[in-house]
Ligand binder design. Structure first.
Ligand code: FAD
Length: 366
């Protein structure tokens, strides 16, 4: 090409920042438009669990395999943002013990290296666990600092020439002749001015807002914004990620973040990811569940509760059964609109592979 191809990325969460980094390495000019600051959407308010995939290894194998593969890569390329402290799944009752063989088999299928240890050993490793635990399995979970992870990708991208436009809200698509997308119009929220950005390809990386953004282009991206609540306490009661040995449920993960522990999370659906009510009952329910894992929570001070929306892809499944995998949409294939791609779904842990697959698609199109 006589000049470098120009990619416009809408959204600067984990996905948009990782994609900017990848496309810059491949020789693109890249502009990232973000209506707030970097990581001001879901990415800045995520739990911070570097998934080993163990949480999904029984019911969502695709997501589990993506997580363990990316867990290993992120530990290499973004180690400065990650506390690689490992995790424990603990069983507290007969139902948990019934889940154990399925869990062990699922982890083997997904090639997640785990080790079953005795409850006594688990208590030596983590003395604040519920002393009545019946089973424990070590998994290669870790913890990441959400803001640092997004900023690490953004910093590499910027170093390689990517231009970030924070506080620029995309309001319209620019259609070229033939109904194809040639760029976007964005409002600079500081000046109140509207600007047109023209590119060879426009990529919608707006997470839970992907459906709203896609509708500006007249296309359908079936995203269900699925929020979850997290609650932070003022004592670092554990040094590892503590999970309940059971199918994913509410309040069944507790992880250390710096000097605190954070309980996560719930799962419910909303229409509008910009308005998510914080329900006190959910906070209380999470507290009760976490006390079963680590009773000492009862003696810690609640420091705050926060909420954000997962971008889950709509399928025939409902609620917790919705997969945590991701999808890249080429709108040329689905709606015959050239110049427009959407990447959404997934996890923070899988942002790098989401970016790689999207960049592969963009390269094949150009
Ligand atoms: C409660 C909860 C806990 C989670 N915990 C974990 C975890 O522990 N580990 C893990 O791996 N994953 C976790 N996840 C999943 C993970 O946080 C998300 O998958 C990830 O943050 C999505 O990133 P994203 O970049 O796709 O979306 P976002 O971070 O939401 O980025 C999209 C961006 O688009 C911007 N935008 C929207 N509309 C426009 C517009 N018109 N113009 C310009 N910009 C726009 C938004 O401001 C936003 O910054 C959790 C999710 C939730 C909800």
């Amino acid at each position: 090409m006589p000049t470098l191809p120009h990619a416009i990325i809408i959204g600067a969460g984990f996905t948009g920042c990782a994609l900017a980094h990848d496309l810059a390495l491949r020789g693109f000019q890249v502009s990232v438009l973000e209506r707030g600051e970097i990581a001001s959407g879901t990415s800045g308010r995520t739990h911070g669990l570097l998934h080993s995939g163990a949480r999904y290894c029984v019911n969502d194998l695709e997501a589990a395999i993506e997580c363990i593969e990316e867990n290993k890569i992120l530990r290499k390329i973004a180690s400065q943002c990650i506390e690689y402290n490992g995790g424990l799944f603990i069983g507290l009752n007969d139902a948990d013990l019934e889940y154990l063989p399925k869990f062990l088999a699922g982890a083997e299928t997904c090639q997640i290296s785990i080790e079953q240890i005795s409850p006594e050993k688990a208590l030596i490793l983590e003395p604040n666990l519920n002393p009545a635990l019946l089973a424990a399995v070590m998994v290669p979970d870790g913890v990441f600092d959400p803001l640092r992870l997004a900023l690490a990708f953004a910093a590499s991208a910027a170093e390689n020439g990517v231009r970030f436009f924070p506080h620029h809200e995309v309001q319209e698509m620019v259609f070229d002749g033939g109904g194809n997308i040639g760029g976007v119009t964005a409002l600079n929220k500081h000046t109140g001015n509207l600007y047109e950005f023209r590119g060879d390809i426009t990529i919608n990386a707006t997470g839970a807002w992907a459906g709203i953004l896609a509708s500006l282009a007249g296309v359908d991206v079936p995203i269900i914004p699925t929020p979850g609540v997290m609650v932070a306490y003022d004592k670092r009661l554990v040094n590892r990620v503590i999970n309940r040995l059971a199918e994913p449920g509410d309040g069944d993960i507790l992880l250390p973040q710096r000097r605190m522990v954070v309980i996560g999370t719930t799962s419910f659906e909303v229409e509008d990811p910009d308005y998510i009510p914080l329900d006190k009952n959910q906070i209380n329910q999470m507290y009760a569940c976490a006390c079963q894992l680590v009773p000492g929570i009862a003696y810690a001070l609640q420091r705050g509760a926060y909420v954000s929306a997962r971008p889950l892809i709509k399928t025939k499944m409902v609620g917790r059964s919705l997969s945590r995998t991701f999808k890249c949409y080429d709108h040329k294939e689905s709606e015959n609109i050239e110049g427009f791609v959407t990447i959404t779904g997934g996890k923070a842990t899988t942002c790098r592979i989401m970016a790689e697959k999207t960049a592969d698609l963009v390269c094949s199109k150009l």
